[in-house]
Design a protein around this ligand. Structure first.
Ligand code: 5GP
Length: 178
């Protein structure tokens, strides 16, 4: 087990790279089995999913496309507080098979917002692929088609996920100690 320090927090190894890649490979096989021939468009949500997206797409043995988007937060004009708007999607997705690629689904609110935004553009179907899912935190009903790994509620970093901007570069996934 390896311990790392990021700012005020210590983390320990939680999921080693080999285990991550095995599960990413399994998800890639499932996606290939389900979507081969449909030329799906993978919509990768930055920043956290860049590493997962790269490893996943390298393992897909089929024709596909990828686009990278961001959910930008801005203060809403009404009292709703923060609103998240999708930026960066230039493709016409109407009639297409779209696969959202996320790093982690926690409460599910981000994914719900993303689904609403994409559905308005009338794709043929939308599937969700997430590297990680915290099932006990989920607050909304979501049909998640592909989940690489389910994890407990603890805060994690590495393999694309950050703590205050740091830690995305680690190959393994780490969980917080204190
Ligand atoms: P949700 O809207 O599902 O609650 O939140 C999803 C977003 O919260 C993720 O895309 C990610 O940016 C962030 N997040 C949730 N849990 C964690 C975690 O354990 N570690 C890190 N680094 N980010 C997390």
């Amino acid at each position: 087990m390896q311990t790392i320090q990021i700012k005020d927090k210590r983390f320990r190894t939680f999921i080693p790279e080999a285990d991550i890649l095995r599960e990413v490979g399994r998800v890639a096989d499932e996606i290939t089995r389900d979507l081969d021939g449909k030329n799906p468009l993978f919509v990768s949500v930055l920043n956290g999913s860049f590493m997962f997206t790269a490893d996943l797409l390298k393992r897909l043995d089929m024709a596909c496309e990828v686009s990278f988007v961001k959910l930008a937060s801005y203060e809403g004009v009404a009292s709703t507080g923060k609103v998240k708007e999708l930026v960066g999607l230039n493709e016409d997705i109407s009639g297409r098979t779209v696969v959202i690629v996320e790093d982690i689904v926690d409460t599910g609110l981000t994914m719900q917002r993303l689904l609403e935004t994409l559905e308005a553009r009338q794709p043929a179907e939308i599937r969700i692929a997430t590297l990680l899912l915290k099932p006990d935190k989920l607050q909304v009903k979501l049909d998640i088609d592909y989940v690489a790994m389910k994890i407990p509620n603890d805060f994690i970093v590495g393999y694309g996920l950050d703590y205050d901007g740091l830690g995305r570069n680690y190959r393994d996934i780490y969980t917080v100690i204190d």
